[in-house]
Design a binder for this molecule. Sequence first.
Ligand code: XIL
Length: 470
Amino acid sequence: MEKQHSPARPYTRKRTPWKALGKFTLVSAAVLGLTLTAAPSAMADSDPDPTIRELADQAGILFGSGSVKASESTADDRPPNYFSDPRYGQVLSEQFNSLHPENELKWNMVEPEEGVFDFAGLDRMVAFAEEHDMQVKGHGLISSAFNPDYLVAKTDPAELRAAMVEHFTTIMQRYKGKMDRWDVVTEPLSVYGGTGIEPDIFSERLGPDYIAEAFRIAHEADPTAKLFINENLVEFFPAKRQELYNLVSGLVAEGVPIDGVALQMHETLAAPTPGVLTDIVNEYKALGLDVTIAELDVHTYDPIQQAQIYGDVVAEALAAGITDISVWGFTDKHLYTWLPGAKPTMYDEEFNPKPAYFAVREALRSFVYNPSAPGKGKLSSGTANRDHDGDYTVTMDLRHRTPGAFFRLYENDVLIAAKPLNAVDVSTQSVVTPITGKANGKYVYRAELINSNGTTATTKTTVVVKHGSP
Ligand code: XIL
């Protein structure tokens, strides 16, 4: 009855991965002594209707859904067990290779009374994941909300610390080898940033070092797990982004066992400024840390704008090297939103894919489509060399070479433009970037084209502005 973009199919169905197909085609052509001219045409017979999961597997990344609920409890004011609708589990296992809970690992849900743990829903989730060959992520060992009264009553730091050890150890050992990565601390900073660590029972009783302590306790509980700090809105508020960076680089300097930063990315009416996500990834990479996307969803009322934002975020994330992306729920039937009426996920209430679904899929598809790294594009700089004024364009042209799925432009080594490209069945690409209001000076431009096989630098172009803006 319900409309499906493709017939229901179990994930276990084996297909020839595109990359393998591409390599096979190239190798056999070489053996036969043939010359292949346009690489993209080697892919022309690939699957026109892949799932997100198939593409993610091909790219070698995790693409998951968080905000999954399998328990019958309604103590979190959520409907019980989303899996009671078989369509839920079907789409989840068909489209994603990872999952994580919405509230079931929050303290008041998993340990509602001291020493009494409720693992029913989590066990069901883990069993589902095993059955469908999916990864499970742990989410929310510590957060400022969701703390039961018995915990709030522990005003003695030593008692609170002991409760953390008991809580983390019981949970993490139970799911050792099953939940291999964790958001240990969620939302330690104030919403808009700029005011330091948010007061809560942990920071008030243990001081700001509670974060370092939490990571140490988690590492002790499961030394094999990867541990992340989860925060929101840093992609929108530069001061908060800096604050998180200062906090995390401090942890790294102290030798705290932290593996990375989990960006929530609950987006609203606008996408983050292009390039910001890339810069964030590079900042943390320089500290030896990973960046993941933990809770992507888009709260707009316009499905087309929503699709654009979803697609742009995923395309930039892939090009930046993020290998772990989760959405915060996938159907508007079960969603988290603070905006009344917003429908922030990729599927509607009836499990039909929305434009956002196709945008995400296209971003992944474009990224993995071609069997080799992009060709070398040529950069040129519009009218600048003639007029030497401060307004000109920088153009990248690529002809009859493997296309890129993402474009990055640097001016004097600073990233100034970042843009997803369609790399599916095209052999010519052109990207025009307008530059305005430059002061006199010399500007060296270089760019990069990126796909899942690599990053290729374009030629450089230099603009000397002599009659520029004051
Ligand atoms: C949300 C849940 O989705 C809601 O059900 C709950 O009422 C509040 O918390 N960032 C997080 C998540 O890290 O744990 C939050 O989940 C959403 C924001």
